[in-house]
Write a protein that binds this ligand. Structure first.
Ligand code: AMP
Ligand code: MG
Length: 424
């Protein structure tokens, strides 16, 4: 049991503006967040396998990167004190240094060293003149006026400094992070264990792929969108199939999911017409709240806990599943997985290409297409916005997020969009 949360209803019921029958999106999001704390343990994985994993330790460089001052260019390393105040300077080349091959001697007055990019700066030198500017006459090297101390030199520690923490616990590791870790010579890192998420669809009307479609049946598409969305989050998945609209089947599925998962995501069965036996079954097994969220699509949703697992009961309509997943479940799973970064989806601004119908009092997530028109980013609707029109999600490249209090949008007004790139 998650010790920090005594009771979900105790936490949410004292929130400002909490009304389960007309819950603003922001309040629902905050209510879920208030109930969650990281779950799971820590394991060590090879750096190469750590992409997307949540770091569980602080990474503090044991040495500077780069470890030495080195040349940023191909040219000659010299002592800036030798440079003539005005006019060119002629110096004696006394050797060369390459990346990985150091010039071991000291460089005295009037001397310089041929250097290649990445070569450690020879002792005594403090500037590099690029080869394109230099006149060469045997070992006599003439550099033009205007050179400056420190030019074309990468300072030791300019990337990573000894003792200064570079990555913190809670960070989801990116390709750049893997490179940083490797640049410190670290081959293994501590990460949080993957979140285990079980998911299933509910509904007597659902057929699975491979079965013939009887009259009145639809293929279970939600499990495929959920599988795709959850896979993108890097969680461990347990696909539990289709569960019939039957209290005993639902109870068994929920018990089995709660026994092995940190979170359970279901679709269907939470709308008003269906909620009664779902409510009773869920209430019997744990603590589950049934919400009507002031949003479209996606009004009904259940949130709660059964045993050790948090439950997200999403509506059944195919678009509503995706909208509620991205607006609530994604961030919630990040919080459970121990991600400390701000995981909220960014909201960008685009210009409405045409009027958008909207009534105040609910947040709408219309499906849109952002496109470039001259210097402007504009957004147009994908057309039919029914919550069963999954094609709208497939055609769209963004959600057009129309805020709670907003009414009809006129052409040319700015609207907020959430880009799908990297999401769906
Ligand atoms: P429900 O929320 O269970 O009342 O379902 C609402 C609508 O979504 C109904 O038209 C269902 O047929 C449809 N639906 C529910 N679950 C699925 C699913 N897994 N795949 C496709 N459509 C579904
Ligand atoms: Mg149903």
């Amino acid at each position: 049991m998650n010790e920090r949360i005594a009771s979900i209803s105790a936490v949410v019921s004292c929130m400002d503006g909490y009304d389960p029958d007309a819950l603003p999106v922001d309040t629902a999001r905050a209510a879920i967040r208030a109930c969650l704390a990281p779950v799971g343990g820590v394991e060590r994985v090879a750096t190469r396998s750590a992409l997307g994993r949540v770091l569980a330790e602080e990474l503090v460089p044991a040495f500077d990167v780069p470890a030495h001052d080195n040349s940023a260019m191909d040219g000659w390393a010299l002592r800036s004190a030798d440079l003539e105040a005005a006019g060119a300077t002629t110096l004696n080349e006394i050797g060369s240094a390459l990346a990985g091959r150091t010039y071991s001697g000291a460089v005295g007055p009037g001397e310089c060293v041929r250097v290649m990019t990445g070569a450690v700066m020879p002792q005594g030198t403090d500037a590099v003149v690029i080869q394109e500017l230099v006149k060469v006459d045997g070992r006599r090297i003439t550099v033009p006026a205007g050179q400056k101390r420190g030019q074309n030199v990468r300072a030791a520690g300019e990337d990573l400094k000894t003792g200064v923490a570079v990555l913190h616990p809670g960070r989801a590791l990116s390709p750049a992070d893997l490179g940083l870790i490797a640049s410190l010579g670290i081959g293994e890192v501590a990460v949080r264990t993957r979140l285990r998420v079980a998911f299933f669809s509910t509904g007597d009307e659902l057929a699975s792929i491979g079965q013939p479609l009887a009259p009145g049946q639809v293929y279970d598409s939600n499990r495929y969108t959920l599988h795709g969305m959850l896979s993108r989050l890097g969680v461990e998945l347990a696909d539990m199939g289709v569960v019939r609209d039957d209290p005993r089947a639902l109870e068994e599925a929920l018990r089995s999911a709660a026994a092995s998962a940190d979170a359970i995501v279901t679709s269907g069965g939470v709308s008003v017409g269906e909620a009664d036996f779902v409510k009773q079954t869920m209430a019997k097994l744990g603590e589950v709240l049934f919400w009507k969220i002031a949003m479209r699509p996606g009004r009904p949703m259940a949130f709660g806990r059964i045993g050790n697992a948090f439950l997200f009961g999403l509506p059944g309509n195919p678009v509503a599943v995706m909208v509620t997943f991205y607006q609530f479940v994604r961030e919630a799973l990040f919080a459970l997985a121990g991600r400390g970064d701000d995981a909220a989806l960014p909201l960008l601004s685009a210009q409405a290409a045409h009027p958008f119908r909207k009534v105040p009092g609910r947040t709408e997530y219309q499906r849109g297409i952002v496109y470039r028109d001259g210097a402007e980013w504009k957004v147009k609707s994908t057309g039919q916005q029914g919550s069963g029109v999954l094609r709208s999600m497939s055609e769209a490249n963004c959600f057009v997020v129309l805020e709670h209090a907003r009414g009809r949008v006129e052409a040319g007004e700015p609207v907020q969009v959430q880009l799908f790139e990297g999401l769906v």
